[in-house]
Design a protein around this ligand. Structure first.
Ligand code: COA
Length: 315
């Protein structure tokens, strides 16, 4: 019990679209290489806003859609690996931008591509201590600011965007969680300081290592969550996986014999937006009216660390 009730969601997708063909003009790549290997056709790239400004736009929309009075919020948690500042936390900046009340505890979580799920899980713990209150959770990533635009092995993969949700505790439906940290912290790195060596401030990744980790932990997390909930995959209405590579998701549904229609996939449009990816998928599904009260939703994300987290709850 003590699950999450999503009262409203919000999205900010940067208007600028960069296609695979556009990228083929700046690095030695092509749509013929990118699309079949990743499922990505386009990505949206932020121009002119800070990460906090993107996050604030998504938060504003989530607050409007939830009809929650900001006085009712107890915390604002921002998931990001690509902050404008290491300190203060970008959540504090967002709070000030939106002129939200001072009693709201604001902080960031760096859970890489699993950050949104970690932020939801932590918010759930805080809400349990604040009866009747609501939490504002936002995942916002400015990946293009941390991209080496001369490295074709990474620059074709990532995109920017933000999504937010206002949540409260739902005492009547169940919530299941799983997560962990595997070996391979060198497989995806963004060095924050020149003292950490060359290549600081850009994403470096050994894609094949992450691919193997991802297909393993996605299957493991799905099996664990279903086991804990006493459900089969047929009982679940929607599965939202981190949108890193369509082939990863396809491998999982084929190997596990799960109906592909249960998996929401939008990687073609956005690429990998890291921590924002699962948040954007959920907010987009909500905006499209695809989610009904009581739907069973499984969300599983993985990323740098190498970490993974999965949650199962009812909409
Ligand atoms: N365009 C053209 N060629 C490219 C390229 C590009 N954009 N990127 C890499 N290549 C080349 C490489 O140089 C290599 O050439 P070589 O064989 O001559 O050395 C070849 O393509 C194969 O590279 P490799 O990295 O082995 O490709 P891959 O089949 O593993 O696919 C990924 C790369 C990144 C698409 C894939 O590994 C992947 O999706 N991994 C998971 C990444 C992930 O989930 N990241 C998210 C973390 S949260």
């Amino acid at each position: 019990m003590n699950s999450l009730h999503f009262m409203g969601t919000g999205l900010y997708i940067p208007p600028k679209v960069v296609t695979n063909d556009d990228l083929s003009k700046i690095v030695d790549t092509s749509d013929e290489w990118i699309y079949p290997r990743t499922g990505i056709k386009r990505r949206h790239i932020n121009e002119g806003l800070t990460n906090s400004e993107m996050a604030a736009r998504a938060c504003k929309q989530a607050l409007e859609n939830s009809h929650v009075n900001p006085d009712e919020l107890c915390c604002l948690i921002m998931a990001t690996f690509s902050p404008d500042t290491f300190s203060p936390a970008n959540a504090c900046t967002v709070l000030h931008m939106l002129d939200l009340p001072e009693h709201i505890l604001s902080f960031d979580i760096n859970g890489a591509c699993a950050g949104f799920l970690m932020a939801l899980t932590v918010a759930r713990g805080i809400l349990a201590q604040c009866p009747g209150k609501k939490a504002l959770v936002v995942a916002s990533e400015f990946c293009s600011d941390f991209t080496d635009w001369t490295d074709r092995s990474t620059c074709v993969l990532f995109g920017d965007g933000a999504a937010a949700a206002v949540i409260s505790l739902d005492n009547f439906s169940p919530f299941y969680f799983t997560g962990g940290t595997g070996k391979g912290d060198e497989a995806i790195q963004v060095k924050a300081s020149p003292r950490a060596g060359d290549d600081f401030h850009v994403i470096r990744m050994t894609g094949s290592k992450v691919f193997r980790f991802a297909v393993t932990v996605l299957q493991q997390a799905i099996t664990e969550l279903l086991g804990r909930a006493g459900l089969t995959a047929d009982d679940v209405d929607h599965i939202i996986c981190h949108q890193a590579n369509f082939r990863i998701i396809k491998h999982v549904y084929e190997k596990m014999g799960i109906d592909p229609a249960k998996f929401y996939i939008n990687i073609e449009e956005y690429g990998n937006t890291s921590g924002a990816s699962s948040a954007i998928a959920l907010a987009e599904m909500n905006e499209k009216g695809l989610l009904k009260r009581g739907d069973k939703i499984m969300m599983i994300c993985f990323g740098a660390g190498l970490v993974y987290e999965g949650i199962l709850f009812e909409w």
